[in-house]
Design a protein around this ligand. Structure first.
Ligand SMILES: [Zn+2]
Ligand SMILES: [Zn+2]
Length: 177
């Protein structure tokens, strides 16, 4: 019998023994949970990280490691970005556990120039390839936070992008069950 993929196992990560689920230990890149990571957050991360593994393979993107956060019970705004990509160390940092944030960062990994046109084109392409339905629509509208994204939106849909809604922290008032 193969082990339960959600079982936590002890693995040495960046010099320290950490508990991570079996499924997270089998990805092409190392998963580094943040300090004080709450194990109840793994289930939120699972679909995002499994998709990232697939995306990295399809897009031939080399990722060394991915840092993931948990902030249950956080009040107000989490004081850092929802995600970022470090080109030099080929590492991704993810705070928001949604596919859109992850694909936004993959867009950075596959382009340069921060939130310019090359990034917006990559992000839109990735959203269209890996998201569908409501998730795709919401992600395309979020592009409108950036001038580059508004241009890409107009090219794709032939109309002006609607105003992108304010982004709320996904952790705010999230009660782990
Ligand atoms: Zn965070
Ligand atoms: Zn960005």
């Amino acid at each position: 019998m193969p082990a339960n993929p959600n079982k936590l196992i002890e693995i040495k990560i960046a010099g320290r023994y950490r508990l991570i689920p079996v499924w997270a230990s089998e990805l092409d890149f190392e998963i580094r949970p943040g300090q004080n990571f709450d194990a109840r957050a793994w289930k939120y991360w699972k679909p995002v990280l499994l998709l990232l593994n697939e995306v990295a393979r399809n897009e031939k993107l080399k990722i060394n490691w991915v840092r993931v956060h948990s902030h249950f019970g956080h009040k107000g705004n989490v004081p850092h970005a929802m995600g970022w990509w470090d080109h030099e160390i080929k590492a991704m940092f993810l705070c928001h556990f949604d596919k859109e944030t992850m694909l936004h960062e993959v867009g950075h990994a596959l382009s340069s120039g921060y939130h310019g046109d090359p990034w917006a084109k990559q992000a839109a392409r990735l959203y269209q390839k890996y998201l569908k339905g409501k998730e795709l629509k919401a992600a395309m509208i979020q592009l409108a936070h950036y001038l580059s994204g508004r241009r890409v939106y107009k090219t794709i849909y032939g109309e002006k992008a609607p105003k992108a809604p304010e982004i709320q922290s996904m952790w705010e008032n999230l009660d782990p069950k």
